[in-house]
Design a protein around this ligand. Sequence first.
Ligand code: MGD
Ligand code: MGD
Ligand code: MO
Length: 819
Amino acid sequence: MSLSRRSFLKGVATTSAATLIGPSLIGSALAETSVTDGVWKTSGSHWGAFRARVWAGKVQEIKPLELDKHPTDMLNGIKGIIYSPSRIRYPMVRLDWLKKHKYAADSRGNNRFVRVTWDEALDLFYRELERVQKDYGPWALHAGQTGWRQTGQFHSCNNHMQRAVGLHGYSVKKVGDYSTGAGQTILPYVLGSTEVYAQGTSWELILENSDNIIIWANDPVKNLQVGWTCETHESFEYLEQLKQKVAEKKINVISVDPVKNKTQRFLENEHLYVNPQTDVSFMLAIAHTLYTEDLHDKEFIETYCLGFDAFVPYLMGETKDKVEKTPEWASEICGVAPDKIRDFARMLVNGRTQLLFGWCIQRQEHGEQPYWMGAVIAAMVGQIGLPGGGVSYGHHYSGIGVSSTGFGAPGAFPLNIDTGQEPKHTNKNFDRYSSVIPVARWVDSLLEPGKQIQSNGSKVTLPDIKMMVFSGNNPWHHHQDRNRMREAFKKLQTVVAIDFAWTATCRHADIVLPACTQFERNDIDGYGAYSGRGLIAMHKLVDPLFQSKTDFEIMTELTKRWGRDKDYTRGMGEMEWVKSLYDDCKAGNPNFDMPEFEEFWEKGHLDFGKGKPWTRHAAFREDPEINALGTPSGFIEISSRKIGRFGYEHCQEHPMWFEKSERSHGGPGSDKFPFWLQSCHPDKRLHSQMCESEEYRATYAVQGREPIYINPSDAKSKGIKDGDLVRVFNDRGQLLAGAVLDEGYAPGVVRIEEGAWYGPVNEKIGALDTYGDPNTLTQDIPSSELAQATSANTCLVQFEKFKGEAPPVTSFGGPIEVS
Ligand SMILES: Nc1nc2c(c(=O)[nH]1)N[C@H]1C(S)=C(S)[C@@H](COP(=O)(O)OP(=O)(O)OC[C@H]3O[C@@H](n4cnc5c(=O)[nH]c(N)nc54)[C@H](O)[C@@H]3O)O[C@H]1N2
Ligand SMILES: Nc1nc2c(c(=O)[nH]1)N[C@H]1C(S)=C(S)[C@@H](COP(=O)(O)OP(=O)(O)OC[C@H]3O[C@@H](n4cnc5c(=O)[nH]c(N)nc54)[C@H](O)[C@@H]3O)O[C@H]1N2
Ligand SMILES: [Mo]
């Protein structure tokens, strides 16, 4: 630990912490008190519900709340978020933007900022909102990106920003999200709902009834560490039981994944390796085996499905590419031996089989196809709607699969559209542009305004965006292809970022406003996002640090500038809002025993116990006429006439195998860049959140850089040893990362987890990223004309041992302050 900490500190740029934050504050805050003085306060977070010991105005210690039986290690990173040297201390404005006033977009990213007062900063923000509405119109402002704002229903920061901006004028919004863009678009056509965010069959029933569980592109043990509300890790009880059943050989569990992931290491179950991005070929061959060996459930298909007859000719090579989808055909692509494919198909119909898909597999080019094909296989197996059978797309997320109590969690701070208030500027004329665009296509919009694209059956005209406002999201982590983004950002006149951490988004903004963290405000949130298990009082631990304010206060001050602050606040303060959200929740849950607000607040949390086990799609199975699905026909659509009519090339009337623009293991582009880069979700962060937590980062960083996980034989062929610095590159960009050799990664596969903070050596296009943000390398291409979703995992790279003197990491510690 001390060694890695030392080499970690070596990598940190000298301009960071010390120059920005006086050593007194950081030093004393992090100094552990040996005493147990202070008070314990209850709160919660995406990482878990906890108690914090607060003494002398500082958070000294954090421990999980007793009701969390499986707390995550990430709780140890929380203190480092509050007392990070990357905290934004006061409002700042980009020097060149302020000085030259012709936006000086070319130098955006040079990280030179001037300190201003709150009044100056908010006046500039308001001036820019006015200018854009008057000179252009609602189409020139995009304030619609969302993201993983901290927990707490009242302080839901994106709602605050959007309500405030919405009281000023209309603006461009987004549809879909980065998480499940392709999945949530295709599945309503196939199964009648997004499925990805729907409650799933209860774990109890899966454990009781399943003979086979296929964990497909899925890592629940890693990804259930964080949740959308205050997490209490209820699912882990069931994962432990599953581990037991695997050991006793009572359930056959197979992980289909190019990587031996954390879940598989935990469960010690069987691994089935597939070549990255090739699952659809494997699935088609499974369908081919089931069909040709007459193992498919004809009665189920007859009763509950539509369009099998249009799909079979493709499967048998009679239409489209005229290739029969045999195991021999698939094997060449997916790397699974033909006999193994046949055995796998036969196993699926041997007993009760539950398919559990993760989301990573749809964050790739043609990401709609594996989800559609997953439903087709489940339909052919014929167990959809049976306990422990069928298909799920969400058991790795926020406790899906933990039975629901029926308790309805409290609502959030409302948007102005929810309250029907008219903005100051009532201009709703978006000219010829679309007012809503697919979430991941905003950089396209900057680069090609006016371009028409297809999107889920409609045409979208990309708006000519001049100004963007970001709150509670970090696009300079979440979006793909940094250097393309750098080019695109030259187009923007004004960028406003509201955050508590000095992220790369702040670095590329013009006006930066310091919000406080959730630990510096009072709030309320549910726990058990899908189980409706209970409520947590999120007690403020310490006062806002430096000059930071709650998002609510910031937006109150902003709306004052056009006299709408009373509309914005409804005349209520923080605790009045928190109480009113509680009271509304109490009124909406008459069957639950909820005390008066004051008693709840004092108690810290309410627990409603366990819910009742439930099976997804059981009602449909029982009566497909009365409980019809939300698809156009009401049935499971193996082929979709509606999609067929869209006439798209990359998403046609039934699921198909499409070659990728970049694919490893002999696919396109692999001669030049042979390695597949998967940018999975981090084991020790929530995206980019907590990367700024210094001590915690030191527990996993390698020479102060983000790890790249490599198969030992691949590393050896390049003379790379564990702990070496590696330069990773392709035609889009380059970064430095620290090698971690791991047999769990197949040859040809490397991983850099998303959320690593971008820190280029300078503001030039193509500059080396000093810390290891994988989106320096990813492609910014849509999944298809249907979903237009992010395809981050269609990405090839090359790497080499880094030689010479490594540049210091520039990602952390905030801007260069200029007076
Ligand atoms: N290559 C690659 N890229 C990906 C992914 C991938 O798998 N691979 N995954 C994608 C997915 S699924 C997602 S969901 C996105 C996540 O993308 P984001 O949601 O943008 O990621 P976060 O790092 O959580 O960013 C949240 C930001 O909000 C700030 N914040 C949090 N709470 C508050 C608050 O109360 N007030 C204010 N003002 N700010 C706050 C945090 O400090 C942080 O900077 O990333 C996407 N990007
Ligand atoms: N610790 C932690 N947990 C999180 C998050 C976080 O940031 N940190 N983020 C949350 C959010 S916003 C989201 S969207 C979810 C993301 O949830 P997911 O998108 O499901 O998660 P990932 O970890 O990216 O990938 C899951 C698995 O897919 C495998 N995989 C990738 N590509 C392929 C492929 O082509 N074929 C096959 N068969 N397998 C493949 C990977 O090797 C990995 O084991 O996680 C949530 N949970
Ligand atoms: Mo996500």
